[in-house]
Design a protein around this ligand. Structure first.
Ligand SMILES: [Zn+2]
Length: 295
């Protein structure tokens, strides 16, 4: 049997956008930090070109506004463009009005640069949780058809524990439909262990990441998502002072190991864009939020 196509994804943002540093770097100060996102993303573009691989880039609106040529290069090289919102604020800390206006704005910025519709979305820090399910209605109203913001696990900042672990049809509170491609988790001793990439990929030994990813894919029969940020392959990024020990640990661990590990992952699994991966699977599950709200 052919192995399934997993989705390779990059959330295009800079090191100073991350939630781990939100307490020490205000959005109004972002422009004062030296930007590394364009050079780091170019490195990833080169790596994917070397592997003849098309992937999905979720681009932050704030980045697209300041680096339009980068967005154009992503599109020109045949990759899939999707939205990572505009301001990288946690959705459950926003009002629906603010979320709607900045998500519409970021979609427009990307569509103007790409000259094509942008229909996929991923929230900052996977912040669509039980507290912000209204955001899914807004996404459907704005013309998004698929989403990748829900982690079916328990975490201090995100997650909807017990939600499906494979792509599913999501019926929003107002009855709209979205295809949800949840972030990868592997069941180990009854627990859902995150296995989607990012910080976990840097913290776990590679053999453990590979084992978890394979397990989550049920021995390569179920497509899964891998994600990475451009700053995660950049050991030379400026250090942010005054961040907590835990934030530093989350952000700086094993930056040097990330790129070689990614190359190993590309050799061990077959990857493509989100749409290619979704297209390779029969979507069997439906999650009706109108039912979930009753529990
Ligand atoms: Zn992000």
């Amino acid at each position: 049997m052919q192995p399934v196509t997993h989705a390779m994804t990059v959330d295009v943002e800079d090191y100073f956008h991350v939630a781990a540093f939100a307490k020490v770097i205000k959005p109004s100060d972002w422009h004062q930090w030296p930007s590394r996102v364009e050079a780091n993303t170019d490195k990833l573009l080169q790596l994917f070109a070397d592997h003849n691989l098309k992937i999905t880039f979720f681009v932050l609106g704030w980045v697209a506004e300041r680096h339009p040529q980068l967005v154009k290069r992503i599109c020109a090289q045949g990759h899939e463009l999707a939205s990572h919102g505009y301001s990288h604020q946690l959705v459950y800390q926003q009002t629906p009005e603010v979320f709607r206006s900045e998500t519409a704005k970021s979609k427009q910025i990307l569509e103007d640069l790409a000259q094509q519709p942008v229909t996929g979305y991923r929230a900052a820090s996977y912040s669509i949780t039980r507290k912000s399910l209204w955001a899914l209605d807004v996404l459907a109203e704005l013309g998004f058809t698929w989403d990748s913001s829900i982690f079916p696990t328990r975490h201090d900042n995100y997650g909807i524990p017990g939600s499906p672990e494979e792509p599913y049809t999501l019926i929003t509170s107002s009855g709209a439909r979205l295809t949800e491609f949840p972030l990868t988790t592997a069941k180990v001793l009854g627990q859902s262990i995150p296995a989607a990439g990012g910080g976990y990929f840097r913290q776990y030994p590679y053999a453990l990441s590979r084992w978890l990813f394979k397990r989550a894919s049920q021995n390569q029969t179920r497509p899964q998502i891998f994600y990475l940020h451009p700053w995660e392959i950049d050991p030379g990024q400026p250090r942010v002072p005054n961040a907590s020990w835990f934030s530093n640990f989350r952000h700086y661990t094993n930056l040097k190991r990330c790129l070689p590990r990614l190359e190993q992952l590309l050799a061990d699994f077959q990857f493509g864009t989100m749409s290619a991966s979704l297209g390779s699977v029969n979507i069997r599950k439906t999650l009706d939020l109108r039912e979930l709200d009753k529990h």
